[in-house]
Design a protein around this ligand. Structure first.
Ligand SMILES: Cc1ncc(COP(=O)(O)O)c(C=O)c1O
Length: 359
């Protein structure tokens, strides 16, 4: 609620507005002021980074999008001959980046499924381990502490894409990870109206490397988006609580009615015991399969409160047939459902009605 806000001053707003600047006044020496040129630093980012940093218990560097944040970690850290262990089943953007830029420049990439043993078993000889838990879209969960222990014993650094859980759901750095990365486009922003990313670290050298990368690559957040995200963080806990409760209610409603209902809080879900140990909130996502692509489309078309859209984490519920992209190994009728902040009974009625209309 308060992190990153300027001290109270009569006549000043509670949250200062976005600072729109390219150069700042800089008389004399280059270090005469904390802000010189806005590709290096901006007071609106400084406030936002203090707020996300308070959630992560870390130093945070904000980026233009989740992909910009991910690229900063992967491209800044890895050189020819290094070994990356990454998830085979998480957000497909990681695999594109790895195929098109890391493998091509001589990084040895090992893709493994999101499961504690698979990651721990692949860590020997690795330079960096990139974990996404829960993974998008299958919601598999790995034990961050166990993977971090195995990776560190092998001399590797560990990065966790914490987009699905958010730092209020789990804090990867507390569990031993070296980098916690977020697409703030999702639940952190929460209103489906901005793209941003962030990486948090507790090592000053790692933070310095990320900042330098951001300046060199120009992967910088726009001040307006940074301000909007900071404003949105004030309601993150309220939104996450409602969305997590709604997602679990939808999952429980569908369990028994459909096969293959996936949610980290359901018994029997892959990694459910790790999820119960390391997560305080499970986040807004539920996965489930209808028998065919046609039935899945009919279900989506019959929903009235739930928009058919990609992305997730917004206050309005959304859902999509994930197979339409051809990027994930999921059944043709698999739906990724993102629970919003609607009243639970309204949402469950809508889901029940759409399900009846589709099968
Ligand atoms: C888990 C995960 N990580 C990273 C990203 C990329 O984030 P952005 O779209 O903000 O670049 C996404 C986007 O869907 C995602 O789901």
């Amino acid at each position: 609620m308060h992190a990153g806000l300027d001290p109270a001053a009569p006549g000043e707003p509670l949250l200062a507005g976005p600072v729109l600047a390219a150069p700042y006044h800089l008389p004399g020496p280059a270090d005469a002021a904390p802000y010189a040129y806005a590709r290096d630093a901006n007071p609106t980012w400084t406030r936002l980074e203090a707020a996300i940093g308070a959630l992560e218990g870390a130093e945070t560097v904000a980026f233009a999008s989740g992909m910009a944040a991910m690229s900063a970690v992967l491209l800044e850290r890895l050189a020819p001959g290094d070994v990356l262990v990454a998830c085979a089943d998480g957000y497909p953007g990681v695999r594109y980046l790895v195929d098109e830029h890391l493998t091509a420049r001589g990084v040895d990439v090992r893709l493994v499924p999101t499961a504690t043993d698979a990651f721990a078993g692949a860590a020997e000889g690795a330079t960096l381990v990139w974990l996404e838990t829960p993974a998008n879209p299958g919601l598999e969960v790995a034990d961050i502490a166990a993977v971090a222990a195995a990776a560190h014993a092998a001399g590797a650094l560990v990065a966790v894409d914490n987009t699905l859980a958010t730092p209020l759901g789990q804090r990867p750095l507390d569990l031993g990870a070296d980098f916690s990365m977020l697409s703030a486009t999702k639940t952190l922003g929460g209103h489906s109206d901005l793209l941003l990313g962030a990486v948090s670290v507790r090592d000053a050298g790692l933070a310095e490397g990320l900042r330098r990368w951001r300046t060199r690559a120009g992967a910088i957040p726009g001040p307006f988006e940074a301000w909007l995200l900071h404003r949105s963080l004030a309601t993150l806990e309220l939104r996450l609580e409602r969305q997590s409760d709604n997602a679990l209610a939808v999952a429980r409603f569908l369990q028994g009615r459909l096969d293959d209902v996936r949610h980290p809080g359901l018994d029997g879900h892959p990694g459910a015991s790790a999820a119960a140990r390391q997560m305080r909130r499970f986040g807004p996502l539920v996965g489930f399969s209808l028998p065919s692509a046609e039935q899945a489309q009919a279900f989506l078309g019959a929903l009235e409160l739930v928009a058919e859209a990609t992305s997730f984490g917004g206050v309005h519920s959304t859902a999509e047939r994930r197979g339409r992209w051809g990027t994930d190994a999921v059944p043709e009728g698999f739906i990724r459902f993102s629970a919003g902040c609607e009243d639970a009974p309204d949402l469950l009625d809508d889901v029940e009605r759409a399900l009846e209309a589709s099968i």
